[in-house]
Design a protein around this ligand. Structure first.
Ligand code: CDP
Length: 241
């Protein structure tokens, strides 16, 4: 969280981009966008643009990495060099390794891995344009892509962040709010049971603020979940010729 005392992020009940405290950015979701992936999804969320592709389940090689009781889920989060203001050096860095790990762990909770011993399910999250909250957008897109691939899952994963900006607890921080705000709390839920499969926090919140931000983010994720359902119902049905 950078310091900038000049930027006004919350005034007269309105945020930097005109949203109310509990309002999400506009979100568009689409599935079946990649011809060669087993399943895919594209999500625009505010100024974020993210694509997710799933490959598998298929036999895992090398063999010693196989698990005879269940499939291995591997999720890779990658930011394109042109996705941020300063060109991002291509390839993994500390941040993308961390986000890949937390996304893998969130998805392992929902994929019915026991149905596919010795197999691997690969999930790729590509950030084409970033404007804060990309781990939430990526995870939401990855879950859609898994469903699009027809991979058996106990539940979906829907994610959203909340945080604190100039003293106000707000939903779904955009870049300026993320950069100059006081705190950011991304989380992911499984909508049916409302289990938390990801919870992280940057900055500082009081106990009351934490509870408020947590509940706000869960409500946001539940709205995201409804959009996922709609996107899946609207997804094109392929007829084999
Ligand atoms: O994207 P998310 O909020 O999940 O993760 P973050 O580490 O809190 O990053 C917040 C934002 O900082 C990203 O969404 C990008 O817009 C920006 N960022 C950047 O400009 N350059 C990077 N190398 C990494 C992040």
């Amino acid at each position: 969280m950078k310091k900038n005392n000049d930027i006004v992020l919350f005034k007269d009940g309105k945020r930097y981009d005109g949203r109310k405290a509990d309002e999400l950015r506009p979100i568009v979701m689409k599935t079946g966008v990649l011809k060669r992936a087993s399943g895919s999804a594209y999500v625009e969320w505010g100024k974020n643009k993210v694509i997710a592709g799933v490959y598998g389940p298929r036999q895992l090689h090398p063999k010693f990495m196989q698990n005879p009781t269940k499939a291995v889920v591997r999720c890779v989060y990658n930011m394109a060099p042109f996705s941020v203001d300063d060109r991002k050096k291509p390839g993994p860095d500390r941040r993308s390794v961390e986000i890949s790990k937390i996304c893998t762990e969130a998805l392992e909770n929902v994929v019915l891995t026991e149905k596919f011993p010795n197999a691997v399910v690969d999930v790729f999250i590509e950030i084409l344009q970033a404007d804060a909250g990309t781990r939430c957008v990526g995870l939401t897109a990855a879950s859609l892509a898994l469903a699009d691939a027809g991979i058996p899952m106990r539940d979906m994963v829907a994610a959203c962040a909340a945080g604190k900006v100039q003293g106000e607890v707000v939903l779904d921080l955009m870049k300026e709010e993320d950069n100059f705000g006081e705190s950011d709390l991304p989380l992911a839920v499984t909508p049916r049971k409302k289990e938390i499969v990801l919870l992280q926090m940057d900055g500082k919140l009081s106990r009351e603020e934490f509870t408020k931000a947590f509940n706000l983010a869960v409500d946001g994720a539940m709205q995201v979940s409804e959009m996922q359902k709609k996107a899946l119902l609207e997804s094109p049905v392929e007829v084999e010729k």
